[in-house]
Design a binder for this molecule. Structure first.
Ligand SMILES: Cc1cc2nc3c(=O)[nH]c(=O)nc-3n(C[C@H](O)[C@H](O)[C@H](O)COP(=O)(O)OP(=O)(O)OC[C@H]3O[C@@H](n4cnc5c(N)ncnc54)[C@H](O)[C@@H]3O)c2cc1C
Length: 432
């Protein structure tokens, strides 16, 4: 089996079809260059606009999608996973179980983010998911009707998740926000001063969620059940509160997906892809936009995607878009200050808590090691199918370890696909 070449190199390759990728593709295709948009989901839209056209409730998604579809110079490759980079300007993709290679001249990286899941007693029980994870399952068609759900963790995403549960006829037992009330009041005061649109959005969500108990300074300390989640224990102001439920959706914010940036050799620092004011990364001809360059939400993703698309094709972004990015970056800073995980959350992980759920590695087994590499070799932490995506971020938070952002291939893949990469490389070597 050899990798099938998709075509001669595309002028601009956009990786990720979330808000950042759609905005980048729309901007980059304006001047007629061949733009290829690749995403591993079967539908465009990324995380916030999951489910694809028809399910979106944001006019900006429809407008971008219509534009991208109308342009004959835009090619969409959905259901395609980037696995590796066999050559400096070439990527290996898996599409429907087959290997394909694609060349590029300029690349815009819009690989998004995933949730930060922090270990606590019972977090691996069936019924416990990430906050956005449950939302993704519901948007993907899972029925939540009549189910009792506790939404917990930290950040504004909890409100959006609770709203999704309600709209799909689930019952939100409580929202447990880890951050205490005074900090939240300060957050909303900042919103009213500088980010009115976000304030209206949040107030709108609170209105939708009327009747749902929003507990502040409340943290899930344990999830219990035999084979399935039955209840969660919250700690709030020195009290323990037991809540019966069918699902716990618990997340402590997001962390950028850095695997593709690392694969491409872009500089990653402070947990995000480093870019300049034009969204250009440290690698020539590679731009980056959206959550991969730092968590900031959809407005940041759209503005950065547009700027990256423009700059990758020698266009000039409008000053209004730069101003929008500036506002969005300020909002991102506010989010990080008000909702970033606090050191107190480390205490939730006890000696007998599982940290690596793929390989069943307990905190007690990890505590004796001094770094990720040693722990990995001696305990198998990070060696399972998630490739350290979940436990790597947890270990970085729990132990302050530097965890590498990449294990090749980027996602687990069949040996035949990896053999295709090898044979393609061999073919080139023979030809040269
Ligand atoms: C689970 C989850 C739920 C969220 N829900 C909300 C919400 O309800 N409201 C809200 O305001 N914000 C939400 N967010 C935040 C949201 O991610 C951002 O606001 C916005 O979607 C960021 O856009 P983006 O284009 O940077 O990234 P994303 O939307 O994450 O898009 C990145 C895309 O890159 C693709 N990709 C990554 N790696 C590869 C690869 N190797 N090969 C191929 N494709 C790849 C992904 O499949 C994804 O489609 C959520 C985030 C997460 C993680």
């Amino acid at each position: 089996m050899t990798a099938v070449e998709l075509s001669s190199a595309t002028s601009v390759l956009v990786l990720g079809a979330g808000p950042a990728g759609l905005a980048a593709a729309a901007a980059a295709s304006e001047r007629g260059q061949l733009v290829t948009l690749v995403d591993d989901n079967p539908h465009p839209g990324g995380q916030i606009w999951r489910g694809g056209p028809g399910q979106w409730r944001d006019g900006r998604a429809d407008a971008l999608w219509t534009l991208v579809c109308q342009r004959p110079n835009v090619r969409l490759i959905l259901g395609a996973r980037v696995l590796s980079a066999p050559a400096p300007q070439e990527l290996l993709l898996e599409i429907e179980g087959r290997a394909h290679s694609i060349g590029w001249q300029r690349l815009i990286l819009c690989s998004g983010a995933r949730e930060l899941l922090l270990p606590f007693s019972g977090w691996t029980l069936p019924g416990v998911t990430g906050a956005g994870g449950l939302q993704a399952l519901i948007k993907g068609g899972m029925s939540i009707a009549g189910k009792r759900v506790v939404v917990a963790g930290s950040g504004p995403l909890l409100l959006a998740v609770a709203d999704t549960v309600r709209r799909h006829h689930g019952s939100v037992v409580a929202i447990a926000e880890h951050r205490p009330l005074p900090g939240l009041v300060a957050f909303f005061a900042q919103l009213s001063l500088r980010h009115r649109g976000k304030l209206w959005q949040a107030l709108g969500l609170f209105r939708q969620l009327a009747g749902v108990r929003y507990r502040t300074g409340a943290t899930v300390v344990a999830a219990t059940g035999e084979r399935q989640l039955r209840s969660v224990t919250l700690r709030q102001g020195g009290r323990q509160i037991e809540l019966a439920c069918d699902f716990l959706a618990c997340g402590y914010g997001l962390v950028p997906n850095l695997e593709l940036a690392t694969l491409l050799g872009c500089r990653v620092d402070q947990g995000k892809v480093q870019v300049d004011g034009e969204q250009l990364s440290s690698r020539a001809n590679v731009w980056a936009a959206g959550e991969a360059t730092g968590i900031g939400g959809v407005d940041k993703a759209l503005a950065e995607g547009h700027i990256a698309g423009m700059r990758a094709t020698e266009g000039t972004p409008a000053p209004s878009v730069r101003a929008a990015r500036h506002r969005a970056l300020r909002f991102a800073g506010l989010l990080a200050r008000r909702f970033g995980p606090t050191p107190a959350l480390r205490a939730l992980c006890k000696q007998d808590t599982i940290v690596c759920r793929c390989e069943d590695v307990l905190a007690a087994q990890l505590a004796e090691h001094c770094d990720w590499r040693t722990a990995k070799v001696l305990t198998r932490v990070g060696m399972g199918p998630c490739q350290g995506r979940i436990c790597g971020a947890a270990c970085a938070f729990l132990y302050g370890w530097q965890t590498p952002g990449l294990r090749l291939p980027v996602f687990p893949a069949a040996a035949s696909i990896l053999a295709a990469e090898h044979s393609a490389a061999c073919t080139k070597e023979i030809e040269s």
